[in-house]
Design a binder for this molecule. Structure first.
Ligand code: F6R
Length: 242
């Protein structure tokens, strides 16, 4: 694992942005894996800024998001399609047909999951996958105990994850109980992974991800086995590691 220490959240976001921009500039059909949540918001903001400056075009980019809640459609302000539209896609020139998220309102969720896997493979796999880190070690919505062999699948969300995400909803009762997530094996097939971590509350999780024995009980430990992981984290998040 390569570790890049950023002073703060803004610097973490800028560094991640430069890496993605460079990759997009140098490749004709780049395939990016994207995450939602608080962590990548600054990255998306910086990407929009670069696009507006004319530094980068997203015309040839294909994206795959890690996850989506079950039961929320693209009009739902808490859904991840809505989040991605608001935070990134509505502001850059990526063609809609090149944007992919799991469909949380599919009539056949299992089929949608296997189609999603197929689409990723057809695109030649993800070049760079952006990941955030859950307090319990989850990546995507792969909660502790998820098989390392898992592919895109329907997951039961952990109570702790629903509590952590309740801040986006008016009450915890509104947080969906299920989501669709790329699996651990799907994530591990990405050619490169950027793990973004910010803030003191993530310090213990980042320490464990990097130092605990690799175990399904703390999913992010699998990243120790990936040949090309770059951790971009701020000083607070790295306070237990370095
Ligand atoms: C989101 C996702 C999650 C988040 C994680 C951290 O697409 O896959 O694994 O990355 O829950 O969330 P934040 O960034 O809100 O702390």
């Amino acid at each position: 694992m390569q570790i890049i220490k950023a002073k703060n959240y803004e610097e973490m976001s800028e560094i991640a942005c430069s890496m993605l921009v460079e990759h997009v500039q140098q490749n004709e059909s780049p395939v990016l894996g994207l995450a939602t949540g608080s962590t990548p918001e600054g990255l998306y903001h910086s990407l929009i800024t670069e696009y507006r400056k004319g530094t980068v075009s997203f015309q040839g980019v294909t994206t795959f998001n890690l996850d989506e809640y079950v039961g929320l459609d693209e009009e739902d302000a808490n859904g991840y399609q809505f989040y991605m539209n608001e935070k990134l896609f509505n502001h850059i020139n990526i063609p809609k047909r090149q944007i992919n998220l799991p469909n949380g309102v599919s009539a056949d969720l299992d089929k949608d999951c296997s189609d999603y896997e197929w689409k990723i493979q057809e695109a030649g796999n993800i070049d760079i996958q952006v990941l955030g880190l859950g307090l319990n070690g989850h990546i995507g919505f792969n909660e502790p105990g998820t098989s390392f062999l898992s592919r895109t699948h329907v997951v039961d969300l952990d109570e702790s994850t629903r509590e952590a995400n309740a801040r986006f909803f008016s009450s915890i009762d509104e947080v969906p109980t299920h989501a669709i997530s790329m699996g651990i094996a799907s994530i591990m097939e990405s050619k490169k992974i950027l793990l973004l971590v910010s803030g003191k509350e993530k310090a213990e999780a980042l320490y464990q991800a990097m130092n605990s024995p690799v175990s399904e009980e703390f999913p992010a430990t699998i990243l120790q086995l990936h040949p090309e992981v770059t951790v971009i984290a701020d000083e607070l998040a790295l306070s237990k590691v370095l």
